[in-house]
Design a protein around this ligand. Sequence first.
Ligand SMILES: Nc1ncnc2c1ncn2[C@@H]1O[C@H](COP(=O)(O)OP(=O)(O)O)[C@@H](O)[C@H]1O
Ligand SMILES: Cc1ncsc1CCOP(=O)(O)O
Ligand SMILES: [Mg+2]
Length: 276
Amino acid sequence: MRKETGELLERLRSERPLVHNITNTVVTNFTANGLLALGASPVMAYAREEVADMAKVAGALVLNIGTLTAELVEACIIAGKAANEAGVPVLLDPVGAGATPYRTESSLRILREVKVAIVRGNAAEIAHLTGEIREIKGVDAGDGGGEAPVELAVRAAAKLGTVVAVTGREDVITDGTKGFVVAGGDELLARVTGAGCLLTSVMGAFAAVERDPLRAGAAALTLYGAAAEAAAVQAGGRGPGSFQIAFLDALAGLSANSAGADAVRPLELAAGGGAR
Ligand SMILES: Nc1ncnc2c1ncn2[C@@H]1O[C@H](COP(=O)(O)OP(=O)(O)O)[C@@H](O)[C@H]1O
Ligand SMILES: Cc1ncsc1CCOP(=O)(O)O
Ligand SMILES: [Mg+2]
C-alpha cells in the first residue's frame, strides 16, 4: 500500500488533474492553495449556467455544503448529474449535516440524485446522514459518542450505498465490506478551519487519478496525515497560524516516501459485516 500511495502521488503530480469544487465561502482560498501545493489544479465554479460544462471536463467534482443556499444545492445537483454522465468521480462533504435539518436533507437529496463515489465527513456528520443522532456543534463533531469510527463507517456505507470516509483522530474509509484504517495526522488540524474540506478535495484529486475510491481515498488520507505531522514539527509549537502555513508547505513537500509504513492497515470485517 505504501508503494502504491507513492505511485499515486507521482501520477497526480504528472497529470495535475482539474478538481472542480463547489464549496463554501470559508475555505475557498485554503482549498485552492492546498490543491495547488499538492500538485493538482483547482477551480471553483458555482453558476448554474456553467457548472455542467466545468464538471464534464474535470478530473473530479467535489460538492461541499458548508455555506449552502438553495442555489448552491441546485448547482451541486446539476454539476453532479453532468459529472455522472461524463464518468467523472463525485465526492461529497456534508459539512454540518445534523446541525440543521436543511443540511441533513440537502446532503441526502444530493446522495439520492447524484451517484457519489466518496462521502467524507466527521463522525457526527456521517452519523446524522444515517439517521443516528450524535453531538454536533455547527460544523464540528463532538466526542463521537465513544464508538469506534469503523462501526459507524461500515453502517453508513451500507445504508448510503457509497464509499464512506469518517475522519477524526483515526480515519476510516470503507465500502461496507472492505476498506482501510489510517492513523496519523495532528490535533492542530482540528484548529484550522477547512482542514476537513481541503481533505475532501485532496481525496477528489486522488480519485481523479485512481478509479478505485478505496485506494484513492486511503492514499489521500495517509499522505494528508503525513503532511500534518511534518507541519507540526515545522511549526514548532507556535500554534494554528504557523501550522496552517507549514501544512501548505508540507503538502508541496510530500514525496513517495512520506507515507509511514504502518500508517494504513486494511480493515478486517468479521463474518456478518461487523468490524474486528
Ligand atoms: N485529534 C486528531 N488527531 C489527529 N488528526 C486529526 C484529529 N482530529 C482531526 N484530525 C484530522 O483532521 C482532518 C480533518 O478531519 P475532521 O476534523 O474529522 O474533519 P472536519 O474538519 O470536517 O470536522 C483529518 O485528516 C483527520 O484525520
Ligand atoms: C466554519 C464553517 N462554517 C461553515 S463552513 C465552515 C468551514 C468548515 O470547514 P471544516 O469542516 O473543514 O473544518
Ligand atoms: Mg468538515
